[in-house]
Design a protein around this ligand. Structure first.
Ligand SMILES: C[N+](C)(C)CCCC[C@H](N)C(=O)O
Ligand SMILES: O=C(O)CCC(=O)C(=O)O
Length: 486
């Protein structure tokens, strides 16, 4: 074991002579390594010197990594990467540092790396479940060695028997870097829209969507994720075809209204949707703890009457305007819980848990991103938990919210016709309809948000334009343990 004084001497030597320092590798025992080892608190100049020296270092032949227990990530063959492109790795008594370039470093705690080992002993290769016992990992665990390999970081851990070797692909480390985060959030790009979306609303063709789980289905789900809704044209105007279309995404979510629903103005269910009344912009299921994620509508027929136009409003677009122009309103809508109920059926009485309900605007607690809009003023219950001091400002807030929702700039009115279905992200896009008369038959279904996100993730693994997200090749029978979604 080399003493730190000797190492420090080497570091001083290399700093002064700017000798080429192989900084890709860090070992406790100096004997096996020809490279200079980097100690804890690296001298900043050394890091740069090491990195620049490494960049100038002659190109050794790439080593064949030992993947006996960790299959290389499917999208990474053993590239002809020469050592210079390898990230620098070093460690102190708590963490491993990976230098992507001289200015970009990630730090991974030893306990974190050991806990996230993906070898077949630590992580079930088929079920993708953790096998390592997190709670037997010593809190002060330190590697015996840390080494930059051609396609990833190799860490050797002490263990009662033979040392345990973990391997982490560079792409996986970069995707999961937490100190600092290097990848933007899992959220895909969202395109906010107002009434002008009418000029080119997102649309896919039924044929595209229905062919094998291919690009067409992916395009549909991408549109829903990006815009919060998407039309499907060319749908046979039957409940059967519409049900099959819905099930392309995932299983239909059954509620008190049934599984796949067909409805008309006959009050067959205790809800104003089953009347000819106009319905203001709302999201469905505010009376559920977990409102459905998607809602699909397909107008089957409308005879002997008119009206019944469909209203769509991008709740994220409206929220962005409220946040900008009325921050105090945005704050109230994000804080004050709103109770709701569905009580029109004798046999059921739905209220969310807790029955005080949830605020109109829900945010990702980590990123602060707006994640959900919950708004249905018709289904709102008694505001029995509103602080007296907040009553007037709450009503002012929802008045402002309502006026922004119903602004001509926000509202997108479209007359649905048989053959064109529309699917809506019920956590983002509000919908409604104008009053109507005559005989109007509408059908559709609810799909859970988790089913939607799951199908989108599975298709992204195959078709995402982002190579970090596209992690399964046709040949892959099972999902890679390196999937960025785990
Ligand atoms: C969609 N379908 C016609 C089946 C039911 C409609 C229920 C609407 C309810 N007021 C809500 O906002 O959730
Ligand atoms: O009938 C319609 O067009 C929409 C009904 C509605 O808003 C709903 O079912 O939630």
């Amino acid at each position: 074991m080399l003493r730190s004084s000797a190492l420090r001497h080497i570091i001083e030597q290399s700093t002064s002579s700017r000798s080429s320092v192989t900084s890709r590798c860090f070992r406790r025992s100096f004997s096996q390594s020809t490279s200079v080892q980097l100690l804890n608190n690296l001298h900043p100049n050394l890091t740069r010197a090491a990195a620049s020296a490494a960049a100038l270092r002659p190109r050794p032949v790439p080593q064949q990594p030992n993947h006996s227990r960790n299959p290389p990530p499917p999208h990474q063959t053993i590239a002809e990467t020469v050592a210079d492109d390898l990230p620098i790795s070093s460690m102190d008594n708590k963490r491993v540092a990976v230098g992507w370039d001289t200015r970009t470093w990630s730090r991974f705690h030893h306990i974190w790396l050991r806990d996230h080992c993906r070898c077949s002993e630590c992580f079930h290769p088929t079920t993708k479940q953790r096998l390592v016992n997190t709670f037997e990992i010593p809190p002060d665990l330190q590697p015996l060695a840390v080494e930059s390999k051609v396609d990833g970081l190799q860490v050797t851990w002490p263990s009662a028997s033979t040392p345990h070797i973990s391997f982490y692909p560079w792409s996986w480390l970069k995707h999961n870097s937490y100190d600092p985060p290097l990848m933007n959030s899992d959220q895909n790009e969202k395109i906010l829209w107002g009434s002008k979306i009418e000029q080119s609303p997102p649309t896919v063709k039924y044929e595209e969507v229905m062919t094998d789980e291919g690009p067409g289905l992916y395009k549909w789900l991408q549109n829903i994720d990006k815009f919060g809704f998407c039309f499907v044209s060319g749908v046979p105007p039957t409940p059967e075809a519409t049900e099959k279309l819905s099930e392309r995404i995932g299983f239909i979510r059954e509620t008190q209204y049934g599984k796949f629903w067909e409805f008309t103005s006959d009050l067959s269910k205790g809800d104003t949707a089953y009347t000819t009344l106009a319905l203001g912009a709302h999201t469905d299921n505010t009376y559920f703890t977990d409102p459905c994620g998607l809602q699909l509508f397909h107008l089957l027929s409308h005879t002997d009457g008119s009206g019944g136009a469909t209203l769509l409003v991008d709740g994220f677009y409206v929220a962005s305007i409220v946040k900008e122009l009325h921050p105090e309103v945005y704050d109230i809508l994000s804080r004050v819980p709103v109770p709701a109920h569905a009580a029109g059926e004798q046999g059921s009485l739905y209220r969310p848990s807790p029955s005080t309900g949830y605020p109109v605007l829900r945010h990702d607690l980590g990123t602060g991103d707006l994640m959900q809009v919950r708004w249905n003023n018709d289904d709102r219950s008694v505001m029995r938990r509103l602080e007296g001091s907040l009553v007037e400002s709450w009503y002012n807030a929802i008045r402002t919210w309502h006026s922004c929702l119903t602004s001509p700039d926000s509202e997108y009115w479209v007359q649905l016709t048989p053959g064109t279905a529309v699917i809506i992200n019920n956590h983002r896009v509000l919908h409604g309809r104008s009053a109507f008369d005559g005989k109007r038959r509408m059908c559709g279904a609810y799909i859970g948000m988790d089913e939607f996100q799951s199908k989108l993730a599975v298709l992204s693994e195959k078709f995402s334009p982002n190579p970090d997200l596209r992690v399964s090749e046709e040949s892959e029978k099972t999902r890679s343990v390196w999937s960025p979604y785990l």
